[in-house]
Design a protein around this ligand. Structure first.
Ligand code: NAD
Length: 414
C-alpha cells in the first residue's frame, strides 16, 4: 500500500496547482519544504527486552499559528510519510480557518506487538525526547492511526511532570476526565458526515437511497458507519486490515461493532460475504469512504472504481495519478483536507476549552462543528463553481495556499 512516496505526490500536486492557477513560483517555494523536522531514536526497556525506537515530529509551516497535527503509531511510519501528513495538516487547518499551522508525528512500531505497559513507556519516553519542540503555543499533537485518548493522557501527564505544571492544552484528544472535549472521539467521522450531507444536497442525491462502502473500520470508519446508520443510510461493506465483508442489503452496524470488539476484526461477521480490501474499493456503490491509510487508490485500481462520490476520511488515500483517472470518470472526490477536518476542528475546541478552563456541552460542540464544516464546504463549492476549478481538491489547494502565502507575506517572511 505504501510503495508510492506520498510526500513527492503531495508536492507534485502542489506544483501543478500553482502552475495552472498562476500562483507565483517564488511564493510557492516555502511550501515545498517542511520548516522543522525532529527525528529521535531512543531505547526503551520493554517486555520483549531493550528496543531502540524511532520517532518523528515534523512542523511543516507555522505562518497561521502554532503547528498542529496527529501522532501515529504504525510499523510503516517513516519520515516521507510524516512530511506528507504534516503538509496536508497545514492546508487543512487553513481551509477550516483554524489559527494553526500544520504538523504531524509518528513512532515506527506495531502497537499490537507490545503490552499496554510497553506502550506507556514508549509514549512517555517519546515526550521526554521531544518536549522542547512542542507546547500549547508551539506545536500540539493529537491522536491518529493506532493512538488513542489513553496515550494522549500519558503524554500530557509526562509533559506536565517535565514542566512542573498542568498543561492540558499541549495535546488534544485526551480522555474527558483530564481536559478532553465532548464529541472529540467521533469528530472526524461527524465532520465527514456533515461534508457528505452538503455534497449530496448539491448533487440532489437522496441519502436514504444510497449504498456506502467503508475501507478501514477504526476510529474514523467505524464512527462514520454508526452515524450513517443512525441517519438511516445503508452501509453495505466495510473492511479492516484483516479483510472485508459485504451484504448488498446493508450491514447491521450495531451487531458488527459488537463483533469487531469481540474478535478484533470485521471478518467472519454472520450474514455477510467475505471480500478483499481491494474488492471493497471497486464495489458498485454510490459512496466510497477510504478510511484506512495512504495510497489505497492508485493508478492501478482507479479505473475500476465505481462509486459516484468518494469521501476521503483517510489522509492521502488517493494518489496524484489516480486522482486524474477519477476526474476523467466524473467521480466526485471530497478531499481529505476538507472531509476529515472534523477531528482537528474539535481538537481546536478542546485546546480553547483547556486555555480558558471552560467546558462546552456535546450539543454546543456539534453545533460549532456543523457550522465550521458547512462554511468550509460552501466556500470551496462556491470557489469551485465561480473559478471553474477542475475539482474540489484543486479548489481546496488554491484556497489554502493563498491564505498561507498571505500570512507569510504579512509576517514579512517572503
Ligand atoms: P484507527 O487506527 O482507529 O483505524 C485504522 C483502521 O484501518 C483500522 O480498522 C485498521 O484495521 C484499518 N486498516 C489498516 N490497514 C488497512 C488496510 N491495508 N486495508 C484496510 N483497512 C486497513 O485510525 P483512524 O484514526 O481511524 O485513522 C484512519 C485514517 O483517518 C488515517 O488516514 C488517519 O490519518 C485519518 N484521520 C484520522 C483522524 C482522527 O481523528 N483519528 C483525523 C483525521 C484523519
Amino acid at each position: 500500500m505504501n510503495q508510492i512516496n506520498p510526500y513527492n505526490d503531495a508536492i507534485e500536486c502542489l506544483g501543478e496547482v500553482a502552475e495552472r492557477y498562476n500562483i507565483d513560483e517564488k511564493d510557492i517555494e516555502i511550501l515545498k519544504h517542511p520548516k522543522k523536522i525532529l527525528m529521535v531514536n531512543f531505547p526503551v526497556h520493554t517486555s520483549k527486552g531493550l528496543k531502540v525506537i524511532s520517532g518523528y515530529r515534523v512542523q511543516y509551516n507555522d505562518a497561521l499559528g502554532p503547528t498542529k497535527g496527529g501522532l501515529r503509531f504504525h510499523p510503516h511510519v517513516d519520515i516521507e510519510g510524516v512530511k506528507a501528513l504534516a503538509f496536508w495538516m497545514t492546508l487543512k487547518n487553513a481551509i477550516l480557518d483554524l489559527p494553526y499551522g500544520g504538523a504531524k508525528g509518528g513512532i515506527t512500531i506495531d502497537p499490537q506487538e507490545f503490552t499496554e505497559h510497553d506502550l506507556e513507556e514508549i509514549s512517555r519516553e517519546y515526550i521526554r525526547q521531544i518536549h522542547l519542540f512542542i507546547g500549547p503555543a508551539k506545536d500540539i499533537p493529537a491522536p491518529d492511526v493506532y493512538t488513542n485518548p489513553k496515550i494522549m493522557g500519558w503524554m500530557m501527564d509526562e509533559f506536565g511532570k517535565i514542566k512542573g505544571e498542568h498543561v492540558p492544552a499541549m495535546i488534544t484528544g485526551k480522555p474527558l476526565s483530564i481536559g478532553g472535549s465532548q464529541a472529540r472521539s467521533y469528530s472526524t467521522a461527524m465532520g465527514g458526515f456533515f461534508v457528505l450531507r452538503e455534497a449530496l444536497a448539491k448533487y440532489k442525491i437522496n441519502p436514504l437511497q444510497t449504498k456506502t462502502a467503508i475501507h478501514g473500520f477504526g476510529n474514523a470508519g467505524m464512527n462514520l458507519a454508526k452515524i450513517m446508520d443512525s441517519n438511516n443510510m445503508t452501509v453495505v461493506a466495510v473492511s479492516d486490515s484483516k479483510g472485508g465483508i459485504y451484504n448488498e442489503n446493508g450491514l447491521n452496524i450495531e451487531s458488527l461493532i459488537k463483533h469487531k470488539k469481540e474478535t478484533r476484526s470485521v471478518v467472519d461477521f454472520a450474514g455477510a460475504k467475505p471480500l478483499t480490501n481491494n474488492d471493497i474499493l471497486e464495489l458498485n456503490v454510490d459512496i466510497l469512504v477510504p478510511a484506512a491509510l495512504e495510497n489505497a487508490i492508485t493508478k492501478s485500481n482507479a479505473g475500476n472504481i465505481n462509486a459516484k462520490i468518494i469521501l476521503e476520511l483517510a489522509n492521502g488515500p488517493i494518489t496524484f495519478k489516480a486522482d486524474k483517472i477519477l476526474y476523467e470518470k466524473k467521480i466526485v472526490v471530497l478531499p481529505d483536507i476538507l472531509a476529515n477536518a472534523g477531528g482537528v476542528t474539535v481538537s481546536y475546541f478542546e485546546w480553547m476549552q483547556n486555555l480558558y478552563g471552560a467546558r462546552w456541552t456535546e450539543e454546543e460542540i456539534l453545533k460549532k462543528l456543523d457550522d465550521r464544516m458547512k462554511t468550509a464546504f460552501d466556500e470551496l463549492y462556491d470557489n469551485y463553481v465561480s473559478e471553474s476549478y477542475v475539482d474540489f481538491r484543486t479548489a481546496a489547494y488554491v484556497y489554502a495556499i493563498k491564505k498561507i502565502i498571505q500570512a507569510e507575506k504579512d509576517r514579512g517572511r517572503i
